[in-house]
Design a protein around this ligand. Structure first.
Ligand SMILES: [Fe+2]
Length: 381
């Protein structure tokens, strides 16, 4: 039996009839939402910014993580997850040179974003030249390795006991945001067969239930001569994403959803024009996304609602409290002095509570939780 639900808006006091448009003067709109941006929701109109608290005590707090400060490793399994729970994790992996061993995740699918660098991916399904901005969706149990002549940096998301796929785009149709035909697959090309002939023993470093194991072959096991089926490595570059926008309404982050698993949603925020309707909000609304812990990784550009982010940084906004635009970004949005954003930001939402690793102060930047206090200095709309 479906859950009873009031199906019409109830209202009290001063409010806007259209969310994110014509917000009443001298108020801050906050969205109080369930199920991401698709469930029951109300908009509350506050006299003060909902994030303008002056003190925060306890480890459960908003965080700003500078992943650029993390050390590198030969294998992703030598890198501690930055955030994790029983259903998934996020790592930031700096690879200084070509991998010496093959890698295999027996816990679930892996999604890599090549944040910096270039190289070659060799895997069970063949070979791909990879470049910055490539998402690589690697199915559970695939063997793979990276060759690079320089260094590479990857954002790495795993979904434990699950798989990543592309979301249902509903009324937008299956070709919106990106056409499935733009997805690349590995090639059984000359580079693949050349590496298959590389002599000597090969090790595979696997991960299962969070522990690693090493398997040795007397030959290179990436020796496939052909394959067929509907399971393989997929590649999508962020520059192939064509964002969905509305000139008259600030669409929720969920409209940018790019990959999903049962408990994780990944949205790529890509360069796009901002709203042109003079009454439409231009920065993300303050919101309490009560059913998700949210991460935002900046891959490239200037993130339009967070002026203190630089590439390689990631914010963590856990469920339990509101978050919203940084004061300076909010002011810029109010002044409507920018008409587009050049960001490529990767939003990763976890349905289950995340733990944060013990990180140095160089990575886990102190006092980010108090970064909204400037709203208390007479910056009302
Ligand atoms: Fe959010």
């Amino acid at each position: 039996m479906s859950q009873p639900r009031v199906s019409f808006p109830l209202a009290q006091g001063t409010y806007s009839r259209q969310a994110h448009v014509a917000v009443p003067p001298n108020t801050f709109e906050r969205e109080h939402a369930r199920d991401g941006f698709a469930g029951p929701v109300s908009h509350l109109y506050h006299r003060h910014a909902p994030t303008s608290w002056t003190s925060w005590v306890g480890p459960h707090r908003p965080r700003l993580l500078d992943l650029n400060e993390l050390p590198g490793a030969d294998s992703p399994w030598s890198v501690r997850p930055v955030v994790f729970n029983s259903r998934g994790s996020v790592r930031f992996w700096k690879l200084a040179s070509s991998m010496k061993t093959l890698c295999r995740n027996a816990d679930g699918d892996t999604l890599l974003l090549l944040h910096r660098g270039a190289g070659q991916l060799f895997c069970d399904y063949g070979h791909l030249e990879i470049r910055e901005g490539d998402f690589l969706l690697i199915p559970r149990g695939t063997m793979w390795r990276i060759e690079t002549s320089g260094s590479c940096e990857f954002l790495m998301v795993e979904t434990v006991g699950d798989r990543f796929t592309v979301p249902d785009r509903g009324m937008l149709g299956q070709h919106a945001q990106f056409d499935p035909a733009v997805l690349d697959i590995p090639q059984l090309d000359a580079a693949h067969f050349a590496q298959a002939d590389m002599p000597g023993e090969w090790q595979v470093l696997g991960k299962r239930a969070g522990t690693t194991f090493q398997v040795t072959y007397p030959h290179n096991p990436l020796d496939v001569v052909g394959w067929k089926g509907d399971l393989c490595v997929l590649r999508l570059n962020v520059d192939q994403i064509r964002p969905v926008v509305s000139p008259r309404y600030h669409l929720p982050p969920s409209v940018h959803t790019t990959f999903v698993s049962e408990r994780i949603a990944i949205c790529a925020f890509c360069p796009r024009p901002l709203e042109s309707d003079p009454q439409a909000q231009r920065v993300p609304f303050f919101h309490s996304n009560e059913d998700y812990d949210e991460l935002l990784f900046l891959h490239r550009g200037n993130f339009f609602s967070k002026d203190h982010l630089r590439a390689g940084m990631m914010t963590f906004h856990p469920s339990g409290f509101s978050h919203g635009p940084a004061p300076k970004a909010y002011r810029v949005g109010q002044q409507r002095s920018r008409d587009h954003t050049d960001e490529i930001g990767i939003n990763i939402d976890f349905r289950d509570p995340l733990e944060v690793a013990d990180l140095s102060a160089a990575v886990d930047i102190p006092d980010y939780a108090l970064s909204w206090t400037e709203y208390n200095e007479g910056e009302k709309r």
